[in-house]
Design a protein around this ligand. Structure first.
Ligand code: GDP
Ligand code: IMO
Ligand code: MG
Length: 422
């Protein structure tokens, strides 16, 4: 196994949580390196369903370490809720570590996220309103507060300086009520005390573990097309969900990552705004949404659904350097007579196969489809890839041939055992 990164190959919610939980069995450490509680990762173990936002999905094994690295943004209240809920359900969090460099999400970040989305009106991004963008903005402005700041003796002075600037924005730009320093300080002091025992230099711990030949698994959050640089800007998140995010976010060199696995659904979904060439606004789209239970894990919003887009998967293979691909949710497509897979776009009368960098071009792209045979069989009880109906195998092989990345696993249900190794 060695050092493996797992990234979402689409717009998020590809089933990363499920796969991390499965792959973590063979890992020593699972690491989240970017994003925050905008992520929602579902893990189903037996009859229990867990929804994780910031804690890595390797947490369900007693003997594994789970790290939240420097590139993440941490809402302490949300993280502590997650920790408490796991403990209540009998899951140990003793081996959780948080990098002291990770930036902290404050109530003013959430407030500004909400106010800015409202002010944008038609141009809103459809964020999760978790304060992710405003927190990363403070980070890049070099004005943010990190975990090391909230556990430091002069936390209040640092907070006062930042809050004064934020209140200016809230009051003068958005005409809203200022937030109270003492209230935030007292609340966050309590969080800081509780989080302090978990704080560590995660970058250094990972490096030592790699030197000792430990198996490390990086858990991507969001997906390739939500990447701040490589995604459908501005309809993206504010971090780097592509493979490069593992190295900058966790503080390890790119030469130390051996494999990058991309995860895709057997179709495409998106939450929030922004172009989506293969989106289906018909009964097939509705079928996928209902049958796939496509409802956002974090915000409860209905996910937009459409056909599988291989232009996107090829792009994901390129920008992440994918060495393997996983196709989840093949079971969801059962009973559709025929399936469409987008193999290229038509842009201004020309056929293109590369995902266009400019959103204005993407908006004009029309998908060019290949029709493939559907299947009727229920796939959810199968335990061996060999037993899949021919039409399913043909579907998988077609994807593999077009994307030029080996499909190593497929998903036929939410549970651990509903993952078939090819
Ligand atoms: P993540 O954000 O990438 O971890 O994905 P989410 O958890 O937000 O959404 C994926 C949803 O699909 C979850 O409800 C998973 O339990 C579910 N899921 C994952 N793989 C499969 C699969 O192969 N079949 C079905 N039916 N559901 C799956
Ligand atoms: P997981 O890890 C799907 C989307 C939001 C919005 C855009 C920006 O579960 O795959 P943000 O709050 O990050 O500023 O919102 O990104 N988004 C996700 N969509 N899955 C996610 O995470 C997402 N995290 C953010 O819906 O369109
Ligand atoms: Mg999700």
């Amino acid at each position: 196994m060695a050092v493996i990164g797992l990234v979402g190959a689409q717009w998020g919610d590809e089933g990363k949580g499920k796969l991390i939980d499965i792959l973590a069995e063979k890992a020593d450490i699972v690491v989240r390196a970017q994003g925050g509680d905008n992520a929602g990762h579902t893990v189903v173990i037996g009859n229990e369903t867990y929804k994780l936002h910031l804690i890595p999905s390797g947490i369900f094994y007693k003997n594994k370490f789970n790290f939240i690295a420097a590139g993440t943004v941490i809402n302490p209240q949300s993280l502590l809720n997650e920790m408490d809920n796991l403990v209540k359900r009998g899951i140990s969090i003793d081996r959780l570590k948080i990098d002291s460099r990770a930036h902290v999400i404050f109530p003013f970040h959430k407030k500004i996220d909400e106010l800015s989305e409202t002010a944008k009106g038609q141009l809103s991004i459809g964020t999760t309103k978790k304060g992710i963008g405003p927190c990363y903005m403070d980070k890049t402005e070099r004005a943010g507060l990190r975990i090391c700041d909230i556990i430091s003796p002069n936390f209040k002075e640092k907070l006062a300086a930042v809050l004064a600037l934020k209140n200016d924005i809230i009051v003068k730009i958005y005409n809203d009520r200022p937030l109270d320093l003492d209230e935030i300080y007292n609340e966050y002091l309590g969080y800081a005390k509780r989080l302090a025992p978990f704080v560590a230099d995660v970058s250094s711990l990972i490096y030592d573990a790699i030197k000792q030949k430990k198996e490390i698994l990086f858990e991507g959050a969001q997906g390739t097309l939500l990447d701040l640089d490589m995604g459908t800007y501005p309809y993206v998140t504010s971090s780097h969900p592509t493979a490069g995010g593992f190295t900058t976010g966790a503080g390890i060199g790119p030469t130390l990552i051996d494999q990058v696995i991309g995860v895709s659904k057997s179709y495409t979904t998106r939450v929030g705004m922004g172009p989506f060439p293969t989106e289906l606004d018909d009964e097939v789209g509705k079928f996928i949404q209902v049958n796939g239970n496509e409802v956002g894990t974090t915000t409860g919003r209905i996910r937009r659904c459409g056909w599988l887009d291989l232009v996107i998967l090829k792009y994901a293979a390129r920008v992440n350097g994918l060495t393997q691909l996983v196709i989840n949710k093949l079971d969801t497509l059962s009973s559709l007579k025929s399936l469409k897979v987008c193999i290229a776009y038509e842009l201004d009368g020309k056929e293109i196969k590369d995902f266009p960098p400019d959103l204005a071009d993407l908006k004009r792209c029309k998908p060019i489809y290949k029709d493939l045979k559907g299947w009727d069989e229920d796939l959810t009880k199968l335990t061996d890839y060999k037993d899949l109906p021919k039409a399913v195998k043909d579907y998988v092989e077609f994807i593999e041939k077009e994307v030029e990345v080996r499909v190593s696993m497929v998903g036929v249900g939410q549970k651990r055992e509903q993952n078939l190794i090819r």
